[in-house]
Design a protein around this ligand. Structure first.
Ligand SMILES: Cc1cc2nc3c(=O)[nH]c(=O)nc-3n(C[C@H](O)[C@H](O)[C@H](O)COP(=O)(O)O)c2cc1C
Length: 370
């Protein structure tokens, strides 16, 4: 039904307009008490077996909305209503910024993919902090806050820019993510090099501890799928050394070759980050590599090309405690999260593992036992 609707309405619209329209509906529905209770009951049934704990936080399940969908924290309850167990808002930058000129979002329908060069369009950390402070939650959900660098700020001042956002937002975050992996802010991904990442993560950690007393805000870093394997290992080692709580793997890719893309060059040649189905293999590979390196010392979040419950289950076996998605939601619609949860619960029940936590990273242990 959604696919029919998508073909009839959304596919004919500019992707960014379609996003805003769908977003408005979700927000409206979440404001009407009877409607939101009904929608949540239909679309977000809870499975006790999927209850998850990650970096000290208890969640209804492992599946969350990846960053970039709700950049300004305007629809957290709406997304929880649709069954996302956690919602990662942002990327938020210290200062507000408009992002890149439109057109900046492209659908590669034949590939189940998107290309975006949004460029961190957002209202800035002060406005988003004020919105989070005023929020009255209707659904209990975990809120991650993803922060990035303001475009006009030179790389030499990047640390101070992230610290400003941390000071404003950490108090409202169940967990905080340092995003150094979006391809659409010039120079941002250079911050993944350990010489740059170490001082950045250290300063953000200190700022979070200074600002939020009484609890320790979990800190994660989000990395690109385009890192060379040695650089993935280096980030993993640094994360362990700094006592980071998690790594999110992965952001979108700038790669186009070797992904078997079927869409024509007018789409595939667009500058920006590619997400969705073609990203599945590389994101899984990066996750596997990370788990092989850090084991259960650090919580891993698997994202990139997750289409269905089977993809999600594979990420868990490969080492992800949490999983996230974005692009498939555009193609699959509001029942996506429901079918993903159901499929995960079925896979867990049919597996030798008593809990999801036991399944995390199981493929590595099985390979070692063979
Ligand atoms: C339109 C769009 C905007 C995005 N914006 C952000 C962002 O602001 N910050 C971020 O960390 N990731 C952002 N992402 C990346 C997603 O969070 C996710 O890592 C990526 O899309 C891979 O997951 P998927 O294949 O399920 O979409 C964006 C993705 C899309 C498609």
């Amino acid at each position: 039904m959604y696919r029919f609707f998508f073909r009839l309405v959304f596919r004919r619209m500019d992707p960014e307009r379609a996003h805003h329209l769908a977003f408005r509906w979700i927000r409206l529905a979440a404001r009407v008490p009877v409607l939101r209770t009904y929608v949540a009951a239909v679309l977000a049934p809870r499975h006790k077996a999927l209850r998850t704990e990650a970096f000290g936080l208890r969640m209804h399940g492992p599946f969350g909305l990846a960053a970039g969908f709700d950049k300004n924290a305007v629809a957290i309850d709406g997304m929880a209503m649709l069954g996302f167990d956690h919602v990662e808002i942002g990327t938020v930058t210290a200062a507000p910024q408009p992002g890149n000129p439109r057109k900046r979002l492209f659908r590669l329908v034949e590939d189940g993919a998107l290309i975006n060069r949004m460029g961190f369009n957002n209202e800035g950390s002060a406005a988003v902090a004020a919105r989070l402070a005023a929020r009255r939650e209707t659904f209990r959900t975990t809120v991650g806050v993803n922060i990035g660098k303001t475009k006009v700020v030179p790389e030499t001042e990047a640390v101070a820019d992230y610290v400003t956002s941390t000071e404003r937002l950490a108090g409202h975050a169940d967990y905080l993510v340092v995003n150094v992996s979006s391809p659409n802010t010039p120079g941002l991904r250079d911050l993944q090099a350990t010489e740059a990442l170490r001082p950045l993560l250290t300063a953000v950690r200190e700022a979070a501890d200074r600002t939020v007393t009484g609890r320790r805000v979990p800190l994660l870093v989000k990395i690109a799928p385009d890192l060379a394997d040695a650089d993935v290992d280096a980030v993993a080692d640094l994360a362990v050394e700094l006592g980071l709580d998690g790594i999110i793997a992965t952001n979108t890719t700038i790669a186009r070759e070797g992904l078997g893309l079927r869409s024509g060059p007018e789409l595939t040649a667009q500058t920006g980050g590619l997400s969705g189905a073609p990203l599945t293999t590389r994101s899984l590979e990066v996750l596997r590599r990370l788990y092989a390196r850090v084991g259960d010392r650090i919580t891993l979040v698997g994202v990139g090309g997750i289409q269905d419950a089977e993809d999600a289950w594979r990420r868990i076996l490969a080492g992800a405690t949490l999983i996230q998605g974005y692009s498939a939601f555009i193609y699959e619609g509001p029942f996506w999260s429901r079918s993903l949860h159901r499929g995960l619960a079925e896979r867990l029940a049919a597996s030798p593992y008593a809990t999801l936590a036991e399944a995390v990273g199981a493929e590595h242990r099985e390979a070692a036992a063979r």
